[in-house]
Design a protein around this ligand. Structure first.
Ligand code: NAD
Length: 276
């Protein structure tokens, strides 16, 4: 028996990275899935993977910055499979990068539209269908960038921080409807968003990202898919409003700060005694 038997999911950003891994994970657990993405080729490949795992799955070309498109993905789930139980608002881009005074307002707007407005719309259009189904699980992808400042990526970090608060706020509104609202804060996960598919870039990113947190390996899309599965499943039925951090320990703090200026081991006493 699968953990998502009989459940219907919409996943945005399902053509690549974490969304694609989650679609396959959900497929193996018995869900029927609408894979929504801008990338038709990657989306159709991911649908084929889900079908090969025995699931019902369809691709819907969606631009998450379009309200009509997001509604169409929800409508497609109801048309194909008769209901909606799980909405995974996951599509993303890095968006506006660089010093804040050089960020174009149009790039700012596009970043917020993709990373924040799309999450709002995914919630807005999935809620009525989940009410009809007697409840549901809304999951959104935030980031560890939501939990601290990130220089030269301010629009992204601000949008992700807003997703964490939007999640908590909407969870308050929907508890009585048995609709749970949670988000995931991934750390550094080696997906095409990071390595961009250039030759050797995946391996280079693997090595670099292994050093970025206490657990010495880069994050994998399956690390996030496993959390998404848990939040989507009935095992998480008393969990709502949370930001689940899945980051190999990155958000614990600056691991390199630990011993700066201090002895490698032993005891460091009052500073005035140093050098005496
Ligand atoms: N990779 C990381 O280290 C990392 C860390 C924290 C959070 N995230 C977040 O995780 C989520 C998934 O990213 P990923 O790393 O799997 O990247 P990815 O590039 O592999 O996947 C993102 C998917 O979103 C799709 N997409 C982008 N803009 C879209 C739009 N306007 N409409 C529809 N689809 C669109 C892309 O086509 C792609 O298939 C994003 O929200 C990202 O911000 C990533």
């Amino acid at each position: 028996m699968g953990k998502l038997d009989g459940k219907v999911a919409v996943i945005t950003g399902a053509a690549s990275g974490m969304g694609r891994a989650t679609a396959l994970r959900f497929a193996k657990e018995g869900a029927s899935i609408v894979l929504a993405d801008l990338n038709s080729q990657g989306g159709e490949t991911a649908v084929a993977e889900c079908a090969a795992a025995g699931a019902r799955a369809v691709f819907q070309r969606v631009d998450v910055t379009s309200e009509v498109d997001i509604k169409s993905a929800v409508d497609r789930a109801v048309k194909e499979y008769g209901r909606l139980d799980i909405m995974f608002n996951n599509a993303g881009i890095a968006g506006a990068v660089g010093p804040i005074e050089k960020v174009e307002s149009t790039d700012w707007d596009k970043t917020i539209a993709t990373l924040l407005r799309a999450v709002f719309l995914g919630m807005k259009y999935s809620i009525p269908e989940m009410r009809k189904a007697g409840g549901g699980s809304i999951i959104s992808t935030a980031s560890v960038a939501a939990l601290q400042g990130v220089g030269y990526l301010a629009a992204y970090a601000a949008a992700k921080a807003a997703v964490v608060n939007l999640t908590a706020s909407v969870a308050i509104e929907l508890g009585h409807d048995h609709i749970r609202v949670n988000c995931i804060c991934p750390g550094g996960v080696n997906t095409p968003l990071i390595h961009r598919g250039a030759p050797g870039a995946f391996e280079h990113a693997e090595a670099r990202m292994a050093k970025a947190q206490p657990i010495p390996r880069a994050g994998r899309p399956d690390d996030i898919a496993n959390m998404a599965l848990f939040l989507a499943s009935d095992e998480a039925e008393w969990i709502t409003g949370t930001a689940m951090v899945v980051d190999g320990g990155m958000a614990t703090g600056n691991t390199r700060f630990r011993t700066r200026g201090l002895p490698d081991s032993g005891f460091s006493g009052p500073s005035f005694e140093m050098g005496s």
